[in-house]
Design a protein around this ligand. Structure first.
Ligand code: SAH
Ligand code: SF4
Ligand code: F3S
Length: 441
């Protein structure tokens, strides 16, 4: 008999990659994915706890499945990811109709848990961190997706312990995957038709630093870039404190390394950066940006910024605005500080009112929107190489792809262009994508 599962994924790319693995594993035990929970035998949420809002969403979403469970008690409901890791068995107590809880180091055990639940053995929870050796064998691997672009996980966990951040607490210590395995996976992906790879980890810049005998990140980038047939390479996320001159040089030297970098700054004030335990100063960061722009003049930068860290003054915030104006980010992901229990920043007395924080957030957003608009509008009338990824959501006869700067471009073209690099002239610039015309080459 066919069995069906419904899966919702929240949070960052790590969870997206874990979810791809879940799809593959559940396929192996006879489950097919469906688009709604109504007819599913198994409902799963892969969750994020980086901010309070993300966490609350999980409980809200679980509530939606209760009526389905009331009507069909045999339905299996499971929660995985970072909220599951953090809350563990507590979730089973709080949500009486929840069957399975599986943490970030135990995704591989999901099939076994589901099979137990099928046999009536429910209310199971597996969380807690595994030893390094075991984890090294459990890196998310490619599934059978047929895409032009893919993420390849090169490291897991984080050792940075920024004082506001829950990630090290829910993902565990940093480990790097052997470089030979990374390269073998990229080669296999390229053989399968993948043309662009993004190397993935919480802090890819420190790749290999803690594994004896392993190469460092700049060398890994060079080796991956040399894989025959790989048209494009990106990586994310970079921590500014570990962005070496050797890595910066790669942007000048490697033809297939994209001219784009996500470099989270979090804040422009030294006082706050220190309290955040970020390990760099405003001056260090600006120097890195300057070096990047020298090595690769058309590089487009994006960032993450937290507004309203406990104790942030108007002056501190003004320094963030100044830094944002000076760097000129093509995109910025801005967040209001969210208190995470168990992190050191949660202990800092915070006297700034919510309204002031909200106003600061809006001021930053306004500055960023106008900067982004100016940068993206400068593409108008220009010609770019676009790696074609597939049919566009914009309508029939349209394809979509991205520029080296990671900008989505929609254009009229045929499906046989998928996986190739074409020249496209930009004719319209919208907020999140461009429209272009295919050029005859
Ligand atoms: N490893 C990455 C991203 C981690 S989480 C890095 O270090 O850059 C993604 C973003 O969420 C962070 O860059 C930060 O801007 C934001 N974030 C993390 N914890 C937060 C908190 N407690 N409140 C608000 N934003 C937070
Ligand atoms: Fe969180 Fe800092 Fe690690 Fe990023 S580097 S995941 S912000 S602790
Ligand atoms: Fe969220 Fe976990 Fe990623 S907390 S940001 S899903 S590592």
């Amino acid at each position: 008999m066919e069995k069906y599962f419904y899966l919702e994924t929240f949070g960052c790319q790590m969870n997206v990659v874990d979810s791809e693995r879940i799809v593959t594993m559940l396929g192996e035990i006879g489950y097919q994915q469906v688009a709604t929970a109504d007819s599913a035998d198994l409902v799963l949420l892969n969750t994020c706890s980086v901010r309070d809002k993300a966490e609350r969403k999980v409980y809200g979403h679980l509530g939606r499945f209760k009526p389905i469970k009331d009507a069909r008690p045999e339905l299996i409901i499971g929660v995985g990811g970072c909220v599951a890791e953090q809350e563990g068995e507590k979730m089973l107590k709080e949500v009486p109709y929840l069957d399975l809880v599986f943490g970030t180091h135990n995704v591989h055990r999901l099939p076994e848990l589901v099979q137990q639940a099928e046999q009536g053995n429910r209310r199971l929870s597996v969380t807690g961190f595994l030893d390094q050796e075991t984890r090294l064998n459990l890196f998310p691997q490619r599934s059978d997706l047929d895409t032009v672009t893919r993420f390849v996980t090169i490291m897991q966990g984080c050792d940075n312990f920024c004082t506001y951040c829950i990630v090290p607490h829910v993902r565990g210590r940093e480990i790097s995957r052997p470089s030979a395995e990374v390269i073998a996976e990229v080669e296999a992906l390229v053989a399968q038709g993948v043309r662009e790879v993004t190397l993935l980890g919480q802090n890819v810049n420190s790749y290999g630093d803690k594994s004896s005998g392993e190469i460092g990140f700049p060398e890994l980038v060079r080796k991956v870039a040399a894989v025959e047939g790989l048209l494009r390479l990106r990586f994310t996320t970079s921590h500014p404190k570990d962005l070496s001159d050797e890595l910066i040089a790669c942007f000048g030297d490697l033809d297939n390394l994209c001219h784009q970098l996500h470099l989270p700054v979090q804040c422009g004030s030294n006082e706050i950066l220190e309290q955040m335990n970020r390990g760099y100063s405003r001056e260090d960061y600006l120097l890195t940006v300057q070096k990047l722009k020298t090595a690769c003049p058309d590089i487009r930068l994006s960032t993450d910024i937290i507004v309203g860290f406990p104790g942030e003054t108007e002056e501190n915030f003004q320094q963030t605005l100044d830094l944002v104006a000076e760097v000129g980010y093509a995109d910025a992901f801005t967040f209001l500080y969210s208190k995470r229990t168990g992190t050191p920043a949660a202990e800092i007395v915070d006297k700034t009112g919510a309204r002031i924080k909200q106003q600061r957030f809006e001021r930053l957003l306004e500055l960023q929107h106008s900067t982004s608009r100016n940068i993206w509008e400068s593409d108008l009338g220009e010609c770019f190489q676009v790696l074609v990824e597939g049919a566009s959501k914009q309508g029939e006869g349209q394809m979509f792809g991205r520029t080296t700067a990671n900008r989505i471009v929609n254009f009229a073209g045929a499906a046989d262009l998928i996986g190739t690099m074409v020249d496209v002239k930009i004719t319209q610039v919208y907020r999140n994508s461009n429209l272009g015309e295919l050029q005859n080459s």
